[in-house]
Design a protein around this ligand. Structure first.
Ligand SMILES: Cc1cc2nc3c(=O)[nH]c(=O)nc-3n(C[C@H](O)[C@H](O)[C@H](O)COP(=O)(O)OP(=O)(O)OC[C@H]3O[C@@H](n4cnc5c(N)ncnc54)[C@H](O)[C@@H]3O)c2cc1C
Length: 275
C-alpha cells in the first residue's frame, strides 16, 4: 500500500490528476479503515492523506450560507453554538454518528462520498438543500446534494475531484426534525432515517435506509405542500411506496421500514399539519 501526503490543496489536486488511477482520498479514515484488510486483499491501492490541508478545515459563516470545509468533522459542528441555533438538524445527526471518537475524526465530506444509503449526515444536509463543491485541477463544480447520487454508491464526482466544501443556505425554518430508528439509541446503523424541514423554499422530506441512495421524497413533499388530509399513518403509505423502494436485509424487512417511516412521519407531523 502506498500513502501520498499533500501539504496544500493545490498539491493534493495535482496528485489526484496525475496518472491513470487517481489515489483514494483519506479524510478521517473511519469508513475506509473498516474495509482496509478487504481492500488490501483485493488490490494494492494508493491513498492520498488529506489531513494536512488547512484550506479544507475551516467551517465558515457567510451572509447567506454556512460553509463546511472538506475536512469539517462532526465535532467541529457540535462545537459551534451558532450551528445549534441555526441548523439544529446538523447537531442532531452529528450526535447520532458513532461515539465521540468517530465524531472527532469523521467528516461530513467523507459521509457524502462514502454514499451509504444509511448515512446520518447526508439526510440532514439534503433537507437543508446543501450544495457539494468539488474541485480538481480543471476547476470548480457545484452539485446540489439531492442530485449528487446516481445509483447505489454512484455519484457525480470524478476520481480527480475533491469535495472541498459543502455549502448550506441560511434560511429561517418553521419546522425541522431528524429521526433515526435503529436497534438501539447509540452506535447503531439506521433501519429508517428521516430528515424533514420546512422553510420559504417549501417542505423537504428526506429518507435514509429506504432506497439504494438517500433521497428526497417528492410525493410526500407535494402532499405536505397541498395540505392533503391524512387520517392516520396508513394514508401515508401510498406516497411512501411511490418515493422509496426499501429492501429486506439483515437489519429489517422492507415492510417494517415502510410501516415505521409512516408512523414516525405521522407522529412528527400531525400537530404541525393539523392531521
Ligand atoms: C464505529 C463506527 C461507527 C460509525 N457510525 C456511523 C453512524 O452512526 N452514522 C454514519 O452516518 N456513519 C457512521 N460511521 C461511518 C463514518 O464514520 C462516517 O461516514 C464518516 O463521516 C466518514 O468520514 P471520514 O472522514 O472518516 O471518511 P473516510 O473514511 O476518510 O472516507 C470515506 C470516503 O470518502 C472519500 N473522501 C473523504 N473525504 C473526501 C473529500 N474531501 N473529497 C473526496 N472524497 C473524499 C474517501 O475516499 C472514501 O471513499 C461509523 C464508522 C465507524 C467505524
Amino acid at each position: 500500500m502506498k500513502v501520498l501526503f499533500a501539504g496544500t490543496l493545490r498539491d493534493a489536486l495535482a496528485q489526484l490528476a496525475d496518472g491513470s488511477a487517481a489515489p483514494v482520498p483519506v479524510a478521517g479514515g473511519t469508513d475506509l479503515l473498516v474495509h482496509w484488510p478487504l481492500r488490501l486483499a483485493e488490490r494494492e491501492r494508493t491513498y492520498l492523506d488529506l489531513s494536512k490541508l488547512a484550506e479544507l478545515k475551516p467551517l465558515r459563516w457567510t451572509a447567506d450560507a454556512l460553509v463546511l470545509g472538506g475536512l469539517t468533522t462532526y465535532w467541529d459542528v457540535l462545537s459551534d453554538h451558532r450551528v445549534w441555533e441555526e441548523f439544529p438538524l446538523l447537531v442532531a445527526a452529528a450526535r447520532q454518528v458513532g461515539a465521540v471518537q468517530i465524531q472527532s475524526r469523521g467528516t461530513w465530506a467523507g459521509n457524502i462520498v462514502n454514499a451509504s444509503p444509511a448515512a446520518d449526515g447526508v439526510p440532514v444536509l439534503m433537507a437543508y438543500d446543501a450544495v457539494v463543491v468539488l474541485e480538481s485541477v480543471r476547476g470548480l463544480e457545484e452539485v446540489p446534494l439531492d442530485r449528487f447520487y446516481t445509483g447505489y454508491k454512484e455519484m457525480r464526482r470524478r476520481p480527480d475531484q475533491l469535495v472541498v466544501a459543502v455549502r448550506i443556505p441560511r434560511r429561517p425554518y418553521s419546522y425541522q426534525v431528524f429521526e433515526k430508528v435503529g436497534s438501539r439509541r447509540a452506535q447503531a446503523i439506521a433501519k429508517v432515517g428521516l430528515a424533514v424541514a420546512r422553510s420559504d423554499a417549501g417542505w423537504r422530506v428526506v429518507a435514509a435506509s429506504m432506497a439504494p441512495t438517500i433521497r428526497r421524497c417528492s410525493t410526500l413533499e407535494r402532499l405536505l405542500e397541498e395540505g392533503a388530509p391524512v387520517r392516520g399513518p396508513d394514508d401515508l403509505i401510498p406516497a411512501i411506496a411511490r418515493d422509496v423502494s426499501p429492501i429486506d436485509d439483515v437489519r429489517s424487512t422492507a415492510e417494517y421500514r415502510r410501516t415505521v417511516m409512516a408512523r414516525v412521519l405521522y407522529d412528527d407531523l400531525r400537530e404541525t399539519c393539523g392531521w
